[in-house]
Design a protein around this ligand. Structure first.
Ligand SMILES: NC(=O)c1ccc[n+]([C@@H]2O[C@H](COP(=O)([O-])OP(=O)(O)OC[C@H]3O[C@@H](n4cnc5c(N)ncnc54)[C@H](OP(=O)(O)O)[C@@H]3O)[C@@H](O)[C@H]2O)c1
Length: 170
């Protein structure tokens, strides 16, 4: 899968058309975008022949991106979360710790399970092999509706990475 990393200053038409050509001749199995806001996707749809398979965006309990997710779902674009652990900043959150204790899981596992239960794909990183295994071991338990709500309520629209609307690419 190839993605356009950032929408930049809206100059992504040529890049998308180049990806579509490679996709059409079978050199790339899937094409998608990253850090696209609704207005970028709307612009893409004015010329795209292929719907992006995914939009990879910053997403974690402090930045739940509900509006963008709803829009993407309506267009059949899967969401993939980057920095799903907020670069580690959420791992000592007391609410997440309390849910983790209840399930005998790590705080990272609780956050990643919150994603999986909402059909959000993951791009999580660790440099430790045991943590990689831990992060993948999230399919033997389920968060309750009440726990999902507690995690949803952590949203503050807070980013750790750049805002695609104001990021200076120069
Ligand atoms: N598309 C984009 O524009 C974009 C932008 C930013 C990032 N990304 C991608 O998103 C991926 C993940 O983002 P990220 O690395 O910024 O943030 P992240 O995955 O939210 O957090 C990574 C941090 O969490 C720690 N960690 C991971 N698993 C853990 C565990 N089970 N227990 C304790 N600590 C754990 C890691 O430390 P250790 O390594 O020490 O375990 C690291 O400090 C990366 O591959 C990155 O390339 C994409």
């Amino acid at each position: 899968m190839f993605l356009i990393h950032w929408p930049g200053s809206d100059a992504f038409e040529d890049s998308w058309k180049a990806l579509e050509e490679l996709y059409a001749v079978g050199k790339i199995k899937a094409i998608g975008v990253s850090n696209f806001q609704i207005q970028h996707l709307e612009k893409l749809f004015t010329f795209a022949k292929v719907i992006p398979a995914i939009n990879q965006i910053e997403l974690h309990p402090k930045l739940s991106q509900l509006e963008l997710r709803k829009y993407s779902e309506s267009k059949d674009i899967k969401i993939q979360a980057w920095s799903p652990l907020m670069q580690g900043k959420l791992l000592s959150n007391p609410i997440i710790e309390s849910i983790a204790t209840h399930h005998n899981k790590s705080t990272a596992q609780i956050i990643l399970r919150w994603d999986v239960q909402q059909d959000i794909l993951l791009n999580v990183k660790s440099t430790h092999i045991e943590r990689m295994h831990n992060n993948a071991d999230i399919f033997d338990f389920e968060l309750t509706d009440n726990e999902m709500n507690q995690l949803n309520e952590l949203n503050e629209d807070l980013r750790v990475g750049p805002d695609p609307d104001s990021f200076d690419f120069e």
